[in-house]
Design a protein around this ligand. Structure first.
Ligand code: MN
Length: 224
């Protein structure tokens, strides 16, 4: 076997609720504008088809972590979201076949450098540096199995910022998986952030931001 020039970095993993096993992360996909009220607060029509962006797998932050305020921004935002954890490979899947690819669910926070996103939108440039920066993907423990409709809440230092039902999504988890699988091959280990409801806003140094979804561990992060 040919040696590696330096040791490969370990696979990023996340805890699983109720099990002494961890979920290995492959890729992170995110849906933009999936709640009508948030699409409107960002100045967009609420009826466009789903679109996607990505974060690197090593952007994952476990719930309970303290992270630094990120560089290159003065407008660092929370986005509370449901995260789908994919457990089976699939490409060009139908909406009917998509639910069987879901291994579990987690609460997540799609941390965003909103000022860089606004600049990227204005200049028609990619969102990568606004969305896919270091420690930008907070994810709680993954709970295996199905998830009934639930409430999502995002609080900062205990004050409510975002509140919605998962059923308020424009595109359901099955529709998201079906649409994304027309673009790329999905595989076990993929995470999909399903979009955020209205109420996104800034995080400052010292803040603790908690994303709660009924039945799931919260995704909590403190800005150091
Ligand atoms: Mn988002």
């Amino acid at each position: 076997m040919v040696a590696l020039v330096f040791p490969a970095l370990p696979t990023v993993t996340l805890p699983v609720t109720g099990r002494n096993e961890r979920f290995p992360v492959r890729r992170i996909f995110c849906v933009g504008r999936n709640y009508a009220e948030h699409a409107r607060e960002m100045g967009n029509d609420d009826k466009e088809p789903p679109f996607f962006f990505t974060k690197p797998a090593d952007a994952v932050v476990e719930s309970g972590s303290r992270i630094p305020y990120p560089p290159a921004t003065n407008n660092f935002h929370h986005e509370g979201e449901l995260v789908l954890a994919i457990g089976k490979a699939g490409v060009m899947v139908s909406e009917a076949d998509a639910p069987a690819m879901i291994w579990g669910h987690a609460a997540g926070n799609d941390l965003t450098r909103r000022d860089l996103q606004a600049e990227a939108k204005a200049a028609r440039r990619p969102w990568d540096m606004a969305k896919g920066f270091d420690k930008s993907a907070v994810v709680g423990a993954i709970r295996p199995g199905q998830l009934p409709d639930a409430a999502l809440r995002c609080t900062v230092n205990g004050a409510l910022r975002q509140e919605a039902r998962l059923s308020d999504m424009i595109w359901s988890p099955a529709a998201i998986i079906a649409a994304l699988s027309q673009m790329v091959s999905l595989s076990a280990g993929d995470l999909i952030f399903t979009g955020t409801p209205a109420g996104v806003g800034p995080l400052n140094r010292g803040d603790t931001c908690k994303v709660e979804i009924d039945g799931l561990q919260s995704a909590t992060v403190t800005i150091a």
